[in-house]
Design a protein around this ligand. Structure first.
Ligand code: C2E
Ligand code: CA
Ligand code: CA
Ligand code: CA
Length: 279
């Protein structure tokens, strides 16, 4: 029995070692990928529901691996979060989004709000707000056109730090959106305390529209609550005209989803925008 125990222990220990090794390997590959310029930004249009015009885009990162091709963020963001590489990735995304946004301004494209995801760790570690101020200064992109997407979890984890960071972001002039709204362990009271500009209704509440009674109740309530608090409401993951019609009926401000477009490379996004304006 004693040797069995040792065998089991050894088995787990080996497994842990190989997992740790795998994590370190992915971490090393990720750091190299950032340094080698293998990250790419895609842009998904955000549409003003009342006018039908594209008014912004969410920047979404992909990893263009020479061997594996385009790797979706779900496969590397969690590792990046766990290992801290998210700091480098987040910084790259911020700089690249602001540079691209400024390029589009220089080309005379209509004004856009660019939404950038900020991971919980990135939000709470280091001087994120100071870095954002620096990047805006360096790229010339206006703070008013930058929207930072943070999750409820990031804010609730260290509430005082979160609150302070949001206040400083606001003071810069940047906008703040709560991502995946409704999925976190949120206390609604924070909506009153935190300076916010946008609630993004999570896709999981949009899927069942307009037939699912729960999705109808939840999304209508978020829209009404957002408006009574003076914040904009954006629906993500809108795929059908029926979903959009429901949201329009409830006065939802913006939408994002395959109904308009999947996330696309910068060049394709600019083409979408030009076509949208000519309509
Ligand atoms: P998210 O922030 O909730 O982004 C929305 C995701 O939903 C995107 O997936 C987008 O492609 C997808 N989506 C948009 N419209 C539709 C639709 O109509 N139907 C369906 N089924 N899906 C739709 P993506 O690009 O794979 O990104 C996944 C997640 O990875 C993001 O979720 C975000 O949490 C994370 N992520 C992406 N880029 C970054 C980044 O630059 N930094 C950080 N920290 N996280 C990022
Ligand atoms: Ca997001
Ligand atoms: Ca989201
Ligand atoms: Ca989501």
């Amino acid at each position: 029995a004693k040797s069995d125990g040792r065998a089991t222990y050894r088995y787990f220990s080996d497994e842990m070692t190989s997992r740790a090794r795998e994590r370190i390997e992915v971490e090393t590959r990720l750091r190299r990928a950032v340094a080698a310029g293998q990250l790419v930004l895609y842009f998904q249009p955000q549409v003003d529901i009342a006018s039908g015009c594209i008014v912004g885009a969410e920047a979404l990162v992909r990893w263009n691996d020479p061997d594996e091709g385009l790797i979706p963020p779900a496969r590397f963001i969690p590792v990046a979060e766990a290992t801290g590489v998210i700091g480098e990735i987040g910084d790259w995304v911020l700089v690249e989004a602001c540079r691209q946004g400024q390029r589009w301004r220089d080309e005379g494209l209509p004004p856009l709000t660019l939404a950038v995801n900020v991971s919980p760790r990135q939000f709470l570690l280091g001087d994120m707000v100071g870095r954002i101020a620096e990047v805006l200064e360096e790229t010339g992109f206006p703070a008013q056109n930058l929207e930072l997407e943070v999750t409820e979890g990031a804010l609730m984890e260290r509430e005082q730090d979160g609150l302070q960071a949001l206040r400083r972001l606001r003071a810069l002039g940047a906008r703040i959106a709560i991502d995946d709204f409704g999925t976190g362990y949120s206390s609604l009271a924070y909506l009153k305390r935190f300076p916010l500009d946008v609630l993004k209704i999570d896709r999981s509440f949009i899927t069942g529209l307009p037939d699912d009674a729960d999705d109808v109740a939840i999304s209508a309530t978020i829209i009404a609550m957002g408006h009574s608090l003076g914040v904009e409401v954006l629906a993500e993951g809108v795929e059908t005209p029926e979903q959009l019609a429901f949201l329009r009926g409830k006065g939802c401000d913006r939408f994002q989803g395959y109904l308009c477009s999947r996330p696309v490379p910068a060049g394709e996004f600019a083409a979408l925008l030009r076509a949208n304006v000519q309509q």
